[in-house]
Design a binder for this molecule. Structure first.
Ligand code: GLU
Length: 551
């Protein structure tokens, strides 16, 4: 009996060979230097920024080289699978316009691309053919170590401060005679398939990562499991190798946490004599926490989850810009020179990533976003906030639908000018900053008139109403002149300068008068242009709001 018999016993129905699959999935017919990238998430439930950044870079690299960006569902660890995870990932990608060129969406019964299946659990046969090949070649073997035995090995290793894993003398079954292995399998004994490592831990090799540069590692000597018996699916390490080979991936973009797996991946590719794709490991995403700079945490930092941006209503443009800015050190300068170009025009260079980590800063995002939103038209803002609120704030959504022109007039305050107002960073903030304009929210109000006593406040408001000062057709200048007139009549200085020159002569200045009016109309002492606000509120609302305080 030989290794072929052993391989046939383990995989009796596998008849296709690696060559068959290579013919079935031939090298792609793409322009020279076109990059084939993949986003390969495990469907574990949510998407964090550490997934998003590689996906964005995958997209950029493929698009600017006329290559292919595909989505692969890495569901080999089915115990961790969360229902709906892939659908969620799909929507996030779509929201940001990062739609893959090739994919398989089971729920939609939709597939695109010639290199699938794009779901690992549907590729079992392919993996088995590759494993079978390794067994025949003597590069993989069935291992009969039980869980208890492995636990004991691990315990002993950690007690003796040795490296953890099945290697050297711990790899008890690597040289088991074929006949014996066959006998055990035939008697129903459980087994794992392990790589028969040929590496020497004391021997180092060099590996060139496109972002981190030249790295040096000790060779892998661990007989890593490539297939666990439980479901016949391979481990991530093995599956990614087969898939990236057959799907003709040219560039693997993935998180820094995978760097430590390079020795294993290097050995696996060598075992098949396959050319490795190029690797771009993405540095950690960091955040400032007080004085400290630390890794962003998917558990503790809300901004680590992509849902945070959606829920708050950040424009997708701003999120992409913020991430591109930390991905490449020269992005910001490029953007200044190309304010209207799509981000995909930027030539992304893995070398320009900072290996020490990418500092992600919400203030920076807010700035980008404020600037972006300040340049939209009132119609665009209205459309976006309507869309956002239809998912996250139905009450506000109803109000917006009821008052489209009124809402747009609010968004237009100090917008159509050379330096537009930068009020909003995200769509949920629009309600926080405009609520007082809507009667629906303007009830049960507690006014805080600060240093102004209520009698004085009432006097100001009454004078304004009694003189019928408000007129919708007044220009800003006419409006202001009336306020000035009232200011003087009430014993206040109509110019701040006058008041400062001799404060004893006046009760206060025009600032106090406009502040009193502002607080009465909005509850706030800081708002956009009061004239615009009053014009939009209109005479009836102004009268009603002043009367509330007077009565
Ligand atoms: N499934 C792996 C993950 O979600 C992918 C790593 C890779 O891109 O190779 O982290």
């Amino acid at each position: 009996m030989n290794r072929e018999d052993l391989a046939n016993l383990i995989f009796p129905s596998i008849t296709k060979t690696i060559e068959d699959y290579e013919k079935e999935y031939p090298p792609r017919n793409l322009p020279e230097n076109a990059k084939v990238t993949r986003f390969a998430p495990s469907p574990t439930g949510f998407m964090h920024i550490g997934h998003f950044m590689p996906a964005l870079i995958d997209y950029v690299l493929a698009h600017q080289s006329k290559g292919v960006f595909y989505l692969r569902n890495e569901d080999t660890d089915q115990t961790r699978e969360v229902e709906g995870a892939v659908e969620y990932i799909r929507t996030v990608l779509a929201t940001y316009g990062l739609n893959p060129d090739e994919y398989e969406y089971k729920d939609l019964k939709e597939t695109k691309g010639e290199y699938g299946p794009y779901i690992q659990s549907e590729r079992k046969e392919i993996y088995h053919a590759f494993i079978k090949h390794l067994i025949i070649e003597g590069k993989a073997y069935p291992c009969f170590l039980t869980q208890e035995e492995m636990d004991a090995i691990r315990e002993a290793q950690s007690k003796d401060k040795r490296r953890i894993g099945i290697y050297g003398r711990y790899a008890k079954y690597r040289d088991l005679p074929v006949e014996e292995a066959i006998k055990r399998i035939e008697s129903g004994e459980k087994f794992t398939i392990r790589l028969k490592s040929t590496g020497d831990f004391n021997h180092k090799f060099k590996f060139n990562d496109l972002a981190f540069g030249e790295l040096e590692f000790p060779e892998n000597d661990i007989d890593i499991p490539i297939m666990k018996s439980s479901n016949g699916l391979p481990t991530y390490h093995f599956a990614h190798l087969v898939d990236d080979h057959l799907m003709r991936t040219t560039h693997v973009v993935r998180g820094q946490e995978w760097i430590s797996s390079i020795p294993v991946h290097y050995e696996l590719f060598k075992a098949f004599d396959f050319k490795m794709p190029k690797y771009i490991h993405i540095p950690l995403i960091l955040k400032k926490d007080g004085e400290k700079i630390r890794k962003i945490s998917k558990r503790y930092d809300p901004e680590a989850k992509m849902s945070f941006y959606e829920e708050k209503g950040y424009p997708t443009y701003a999120v992409i810009e913020a991430i591109m800015t930390i991905a490449n050190s020269n992005y910001e300068t490029w953007r200044e020179g190309h304010p209207d170009a799509p981000f995909t025009d930027f030539e992304f260079s893995p070398k320009k990533m900072s290996a020490s980590g990418a500092l992600f800063d919400l203030d920076k995002l807010d700035n980008i976003s404020k600037n972006y939103l300040s340049h939209l038209t009132k119609e665009q803002i209205y459309k976006e906030v309507l869309n956002w609120s239809s998912k996250y704030d139905l009450e506000f959504n109803e109000i917006l639908k009821k008052y489209p022109d009124y809402s747009m007039a609010i968004y237009n305050i100090e917008r159509e000018q050379k330096k537009p107002r930068k009020d909003y960073s995200y769509y949920s903030e629009i309600k926080d900053k405009t609520w007082y304009m809507y009667d629906e929210y303007f009830y049960d109000i507690n006014y805080d008139f600060k240093e102004y006593n209520l009698e004085e406040v009432k006097k100001v408001l009454k004078t304004y109403l009694d003189n019928d000062y408000f007129n919708e057709s007044d220009t800003q200048e006419e409006w202001f002149n009336k306020i000035k007139e009232m200011t003087t009549n009430l014993g206040y200085a109509s110019e701040v300068k006058m008041y400062k020159e001799d404060p004893t002569k006046y009760k206060g200045s025009i600032i106090d008068i406009t502040n009193i009016m502002r607080i009465s109309l909005t509850t706030l002492d800081n708002t956009p242009n009061l004239y615009n606000i009053m014009l939009i509120l209109g005479k009836d609302r102004i009268t009603e709001r002043f009367n509330r305080i007077l009565n």
